[in-house]
Design a protein around this ligand. Structure first.
Ligand SMILES: C[S@@+](CC[C@H](N)C(=O)[O-])C[C@H]1O[C@@H](n2cnc3c(N)ncnc32)[C@H](O)[C@@H]1O
Length: 214
């Protein structure tokens, strides 16, 4: 495992603890609205036969669904080793072992292990990272055609909720903190790298966007 800052170590602990419940929730309830939007945005790229890289892939339901819908292959990376254990097991159950590959560790420290993919996905992941610029730049290096992402909207109720979550983490003596990054900054970074925004939708909390290389 390539890891880690104190922040990343704490993220591993927290998300590993929740791995089984993430999988159960997907199996019981399916995708949430923001993930339905994310899937739609990727489907609009004509993604069939594309390679997918999902950073912070959790238990893998999103990229595994894309592989079932004829994406060529998928690589899932996550800091949390129990998330990857669930993702591997689920890929196996779905008959997707040959088309999927999994890596445990901090994506930003794994450049040599990860090939460039057609589409990269960051579903509720940049909000785990204090340095959004670094995360976006590392993703750009590994992306050929499109970046699809969901992250929190910058509105006061969301800021308040994330603030409470950060306070809870502090009380629990965790070094992990959730972040609400400025959407204008994310957009400007990706546009400056030669991408164009092709999709944008929202839910009460989440902003879903897809940027395509021009
Ligand atoms: C809120 S969860 C979302 C999981 C999944 N994308 C989903 O929506 O079901 C964020 C995930 O990103 C992972 N993560 C955060 N920063 C990461 C990094 N730098 N490298 C790899 N994984 C990361 C965490 O371990 C966690 O599993």
């Amino acid at each position: 495992m390539r890891c880690c800052s104190p922040h990343a170590k704490s993220a591993n602990k927290i998300f590993s603890f929740f791995a089984k419940s993430y999988r159960k929730r997907f199996q019981k309830k399916g995708f949430e609205q923001s993930q339905i939007q994310l899937l739609q945005s990727i489907q609009q790229t004509g993604f069939k036969q594309y390679s997918i890289l999902e950073i912070g892939c959790g238990v893998g339901h999103l990229h595994q669904t894309l592989v079932e819908q004829d994406a060529a292959s998928a690589v899932g990376v996550d800091l949390a080793k129990e998330m990857i254990a669930e993702a591997k097991d689920w890929a196996n159950q779905r008959g997707l072992t040959a088309a999927t590959r999994y890596l445990v560790g901090d994506f930003q420290q794994m450049e040599s292990e990860i090939a460039v993919a057609d589409v990269s996905i960051l579903d509720k992941v940049i909000c785990c990272d204090p340095n959004v610029a670094q995360m976006l730049d590392a993703t750009l290096v590994k992306t050929k055609k499109a970046i699809a992402l969901t992250y929190p909207r910058k509105r006061w109720l969301v800021l308040f909720g994330f603030g409470l979550a950060a306070l809870l983490m502090k009380i629990l003596r965790s070094r992990f903190r959730p972040y609400v990054h400025d959407p204008a900054f994310v957009e400007q970074r990706l546009l400056a790298a030669g991408y164009k925004k092709r999709y944008e939708e929202t839910t009460f909390i989440w902003l879903t966007q897809l940027y395509e290389k021009i």
